[in-house]
Design a binder for this molecule. Structure first.
Ligand code: ADP
Ligand code: ZN
Length: 234
């Protein structure tokens, strides 16, 4: 199965693709993760792309396409996260793989801002503890959001290591607005490209419940499509 996942910052996209990876034995391919890894290892590629990531700019298509082509070669089961980010990237992908479905995570901006602003991470750089202090219960345009908080056991101290919790710089409201805007601008033409193309089914789900439930909704939709996959080419 070959999937693409689209979702704004704060939509839980990373968590969902992790669960889908486990569930279906998919390879999770995140171009952002690949790039960060290359930079950490100080490879030639890493050196070439470092500045783009630092400035939050898109890495040029030629470079991204080369990396993804190499990565997807011979892979039959994967979920793509963070690719395609441009129409050009989508067109190249069309040539190298037949995508079975696009998972699109929807959420109202107001909810994303509230949710991201409420993220707290462990201040210990060796610890990956992360929490969320927002308790969201509201309905926007007919979508009912019930998103309980993920609180530490002790007053703003990490459960894993006891260090104080902090807020990441790019989780502050001014920066969030900017990240959401950039996501909107970038994803719109790519999504429109697939809508126009019309041959890849969309699985649209709302991020209006805790991750387990959202994943369940995605899985249900995939199972419905599967009948379709089976009836297709052997
Ligand atoms: P973010 O949510 O911050 O955009 P990602 O992990 O998806 O995080 O990507 C991090 C950075 O890697 C992006 O800001 C961009 O510089 C680069 N990048 C990732 N995927 C792509 C892509 N498909 N095309 C161009 N640049 C990309
Ligand atoms: Zn910790």
């Amino acid at each position: 199965m070959k999937l693409i996942i689209f979702g704004p910052p704060g939509s839980g996209k990373g968590t969902y693709s992790m669960r889908l990876r486990e569930r279906y034995g998919l390879e999770k391919i995140s171009t952002g993760d690949i790039f960060r890894e290359e930079i950490k290892r100080g490879t030639d590629l890493g050196k070439k792309i470092e500045n783009y990531l630092k400035e939050g700019k898109l890495v040029p298509d030629e470079i991204v396409i080369e990396v993804v082509k190499r990565k997807l070669e011979g892979l039959d089961n994967f979920i793509l996260d963070g690719y395609p980010r441009t129409v050009e990237q989508a067109k190249v992908l069309d040539k190298i793989a037949k995508i079975d479905a696009i998972i699109k995570i929807n959420a109202h901006k107001e909810i994303l801002v509230e949710k991201i602003s409420a993220r707290r991470i462990c201040s210990n750089p060796k610890c990956d503890g992360n929490y969320n202090i927002a308790n969201i219960k509201k309905t926007i345009e007919g979508v009912e959001y019930i998103l309980p908080p993920l609180l530490p056991k002790n007053d703003m101290k990490c459960d894993k290591c006891g260090s104080p919790l902090i807020q990441r710089d790019d989780d502050k409201p001014e920066v969030i607005e900017e990240r959401l805007k950039v996501y909107e601008q970038q994803s719109k033409p790519v999504i429109e490209y697939y809508i126009k193309k019309g041959s890849v089914p969309f699985i649209e789900v709302w991020m209006n419940r805790p991750p387990e439930e959202v994943v369940e909704n995605i899985v249900n939709a995939i199972e419905k499509l599967k009948v379709h996959f089976l009836n297709r080419n052997p």
